[in-house]
Design a protein around this ligand. Sequence first.
Ligand SMILES: [Zn+2]
Length: 313
Amino acid sequence: MPGWVDFGGLKRTVSLEAVLRHYRVPGLRRHRDQLQGRCPIHRGTRQDSFRVSLTKNVFHCFGCQAGGDVLVFVAAMEKCSIRQAALRLQQWFTTEPWVANSVLRTERKEELVRKEERDNPPLRFALTGVDHGHPYLVERGVDRVTAVAFGVGFYGRPGLMSGRIVIPIHNARSEIVAYAGRGLEGKLPKYKLPVGFRKDYELFNLHRASATGSRTVAVVEGYFDCLRVYQAQIPWVVALMGSSLSAQQEQALLAGFDRVVLLLDGDAVGRAASQTIADKLSRRCSVDVVQLPDNAQPDQLSSPVLQQLLNHR
Ligand SMILES: [Zn+2]
């Protein structure tokens, strides 16, 4: 049905965030559920005149007074009618006209996300004023040199990560794609990650491990395991940020290394994961599984023990 447009469906399912990415609008900063930046419509100079509410999926500019939903935004950018804007959105974000069926629409929404977010986009800011000597790091056995090298520390300023230990996560190109925020004193969630960030697309510390030129890589579960192994003079270590290996992570390991040493936790979850991952990888590269004592985690082991476990593999 050429020319047929589901205006409501587009407004509900296409996020302004995805459209802003489509236009590659630079310099937007996130504050709670808002994005702020320079207005791409009137191309103003003020850094905060353009606001987007991610929950309401609407925008407003205090400079040119433009405002409305995703269709109004595209119409303003393209200087076209709402109907033409809708047709363009449909073209950009779907391959066929919308199907007026709620189940299909849900599926299509997931497809949209996949189509638009094959990569975690690099952050356009870096947190400053991070305390690399915070008592929590001392308690976890992370020394200042390691904390500085990783950019890890306590962040006390306002924002999403306020009051947490922040851990920058880089992509393979060494760009920061997210901060993980470790809650202190039982604060939940234990690890806070930005909305929309796909941790299964990254391996923590991959850029540093690759830069060592090592053909072997040690794989651990968590950020702190990774920090402690690195601190034991074993810089060729990456963390899964969990206990499963995604297809993207598998690809990254196979592309960068010939040999994988799995050093997952000594609990039931870690052991089952080791088995699954070893089975998966052993068809394509050399794999070694290190069995830790019951309930031990790499971040609780001393540097000499870690060296003993890993250096002769
Ligand atoms: Zn404006």
